[in-house]
Design a protein. Structure first.
Ligand code: BDP
Length: 696
């Protein structure tokens, strides 16, 4: 239905190449459905169209053209002239496009085929309004060059993690029963979906690389090539997670020491073969020396040595290494209060700044811990001006309700991306991911050579793709924010609602929009209210990370503690008396976080250990805040469930039923969170609720 405006018009697509063919096919398919027509330019260059008419004399409503192309119809040629004069040829780059109206013709211009594809999907988003009488010229370019999804998919079903590690949407779309899926139709549909959101890269296997998956680099390379073939028409490059120990595991070498010449040669040879099979291969993703994965530490080498050997192997072909900064000691002595997992990435990587090759991208989780519901921005993002950084988000809802709870994450991502690590005058997190550095202005031009934005995907073979149908909005929002981090999360949600429900609720879209906005706009904050309070994090059930278990990780070796006792709660990360994590931030944040007075409420327990009676900026005490937010959170989830009932009979019954069932579970689980958290803190503190509500 989203293609109706496009498919009911007369259009012309000028240009050649795989992606241009995709554009043509998309339009042709829509035309079959909605009665429009589509044309190619006349093959003989001397037959320049006298006006915007086909040989048969039909006037076009829409022209999509690659420029500079031979001969363009008049409207497109006129727009091209204005474009060159106003912006200068080359401004659109590899993926940008220009949209304009000229003499009642809608024109999309691009200088590279991918731009035309993104222009097409922009038209789809605009629908009828793309054909309005007037419309100012718009130039669109992605803020980040790399907009990537990581799949934590295993080929073999892992005994603990299943097929998709932290996957909540069924099996892998790529792999099944220990092999690549025969039928890759769904992968093709996924590519289309991703291109429509703006994503241009995918890694197809888990960052924890087990024996079978390691072989994707060598004898299972054909599987990678087959997937790449299906994703290529949508402008999506394939990347592989590789094991640092591959030279030993696969090559039979006795060592994977990155400074060993035989190891370098092994990587160079293996990589050469990859490019023989997949000429546009994107590169490697590496989790090294992390949670049991092998890495350069095993050979007494640094992570720069480790990353560079892979980078050198990839560089002749233009490939990149995404080297993950998620390196910490997961076997800590929990009795030792001076160790702090939050410090680990900065401690390990900042001293290496400037030592990485240009085609190494250090992939940094957005927070210093691990995708909790609330964390400060990782100080690594401000700490490595001489390194290309990618910021990693988690679309799969490991810690945010596992796609059983509604938790629209774009408001949070938007906060993170808009955060200024050096304060308001410096570049934002989004600008750093786009290639800016300290000293640059807050806003910087598009598509620099930064590492871009990466996220862990949330799709599987579930009929709704994401388990919870509303979790699709997170996937969509990730792509849109990677393209343009300044988009408002509410506007992105509106786009998604429109595109998703236009077909099933042609008459009721207004109601659908009102209900979904009421349910989803604030759902991340609602989730935060009923789970771990004030940025302290974790308190989840160990292992599967679903549901509450306040002390589940308190006496274990993972480094994720809240330190609640009878007097207070929170982690002292100050320089004055704690782990000095605050010192990893540049000003102003090092001081803002250091002081209990200036630390923002929502991060208070991340940075400070405070008494239960500590008064927040909100005016409430910590203990009363815990009670109030937990009661409120559950009430809000109950209200979400009521709202959803308004859509019964309005939208597809299958979607309605699935969401209803999940909302029941969300109410149950939120109630459990409320009761466990409130009871726990009541028993520790002995402070009753000021409003006399019953706490056990
Ligand atoms: C943690 C997950 C774990 C991942 C790890 C990672 O619990 O399954 O392997 O992140 O990012 O959040 O590598």
């Amino acid at each position: 239905e989203a293609f109706r405006a496009l498919g009911s018009r007369r259009s012309l697509v000028c240009g050649e190449g795989t992606l241009v063919d995709t554009v043509r096919d998309e339009i042709a398919r829509a035309c079959v459905r909605y009665g429009g027509s589509t044309d190619r330019p006349h093959p003989r260059p001397d037959r320049r169209p006298a006006d915007d008419r086909s040989a048969a004399g039909t006037a076009y409503d829409l022209v999509l053209a690659l420029v500079p192309a031979g001969l363009l119809p008049i409207a497109a040629a006129a727009v091209d002239v204005v474009y060159r004069r106003r912006y200068g040829a080359g401004t659109l780059g590899e993926e940008g496009f220009l949209l304009a109206r000229h003499t009642e013709v809608t024109v999309v211009l691009a200088e590279a085929p991918a731009g035309l594809l993104y222009g097409l999907f922009h038209l789809v988003r605009l629908g009828e309004s793309a054909f309005g009488l007037t419309r100012p010229m718009e130039l669109h370019r992605p803020a980040m060059r790399l907009r990537m999804l990581n799949h934590w998919d295993n080929i073999d079903v892992h005994p603990v993690m299943g097929q998709v590690e932290r996957g909540y949407a069924g099996g892998s779309i790529f792999w099944q029963d220990g092999a690549r899926r025969e039928d890759l139709t769904r992968v093709g549909a996924y590519g289309r979906l991703l291109a429509a959101c703006g994503v241009n890269a995918v890694s197809v296997n888990n960052v924890n690389v087990h024996a079978t998956e390691a072989r994707l680099l060598t004898d299972r390379l054909g599987d990678v090539a087959a997937i790449a073939d299906v994703l290529r028409p949508y402008g999506i490059r394939v990347h592989l997670s590789v094991s640092f120990a591959a030279p030993v595991m696969l090559g039979g070498l006795s060592s994977a020491d990155p400074l060993d010449e035989a190891v370098r040669e092994w990587w160079a040879d293996a990589t050469k073969r990859v490019y023989e099979s997949v000429p546009d291969f994107g590169g490697y993703v590496v989790k090294a020396d992390s949670e049991g994965q092998p890495g350069p530490f095993g050979y007494g080498r640094s992570h720069a040595d480790g990353a560079n050997v892979l980078a050198d192997a990839l560089s002749p072909y233009g490939g990149v290494v995404h080297w993950r900064a998620f390196v910490y000691n997961h076997r800590q002595d929990w009795r030792d209060r001076s160790t702090d997992r939050a410090r680990a990435a900065h401690d390990h990587f900042v001293p290496l700044d400037g030592q990485f090759r240009d085609n190494v991208i250090l992939q940094v989780k957005h927070g210093p811990m691990d995708f909790q519901t609330r964390e400060p921005v990782s100080p690594v993002i401000a700490g490595m001006p001489g390194t290309r950084l990618a910021v990693e988000l988690q679309v799969t809802q490991e810690y945010t309700g596992q796609q059983r709870h509604i938790c629209y994450l774009a408001p949070w991502w938007s906060e993170v991306l808009g955060f200024g690590p050096w304060g308001d005058d410096g570049p934002t997190v989004a600008a750093v991911a786009a290639g800016a550095s300290v000293g640059d202005a807050a806003e910087r031009g598009a598509a620099g050579d930064g590492g871009g934005l990466v996220a862990v995907s949330n799709v599987g073979d579930d009929p709704f793709w994401t388990g919870h149908p509303l979790a699709q909005a997170n996937l969509y929002a990730f792509g849109r924010l990677a393209w343009d981090p300044r988009l408002a999360p509410t506007a992105v949600l509106d786009e998604w609602i429109e595109l998703t429900f236009a077909a099933s609720a042609p008459n009721g879209l207004g109601l659908v929009r009102r209900v979904l906005r009421a349910i989803m706009d604030d759902s991340w904050r609602t989730y935060e209210r009923y789970t771990a309070p004030l940025g302290v994090g974790f308190m989840v059930h160990p292992g599967d990370h679903y549901g509450p278990d306040v002390d589940g990780y308190e006496y274990s070796r993972w480094g994720t503690y809240h330190f609640a006792d009878r007097d207070g709660v929170g982690v002292d990360r100050t320089r004055a008396s704690g782990t000095a994590f605050t010192g990893q931030f540049p000003p102003p944040w090092r001081d803002v976080y250091e002081s209990v007075e200036s630390c923002p409420d929502e991060l208070l327990l991340f940075f400070h250990h405070v008494p239960y009676g500590h008064v927040l900026h909100s005016g409430s005490t910590v203990i009363q805040h815990i009670y109030d937010t937990h009661f409120a959170g559950v009430e809000q989830v109950v209200a979400m469930r009521q709202q959803w009932e308004r859509l019964a009979g309005v939208i597809d019954p299958g979607v309605h039923a699935r969401v209803r069932e999940r909302l029941d579970e969300q109410v149950r689980c939120a109630t459990e969170w409320r009761d466990q958290i409130n009871t726990y803190f009541f028993r520790k503190s002995g402070v009753p609720d000021a409003h006399g509500r019953r706490i056990h």
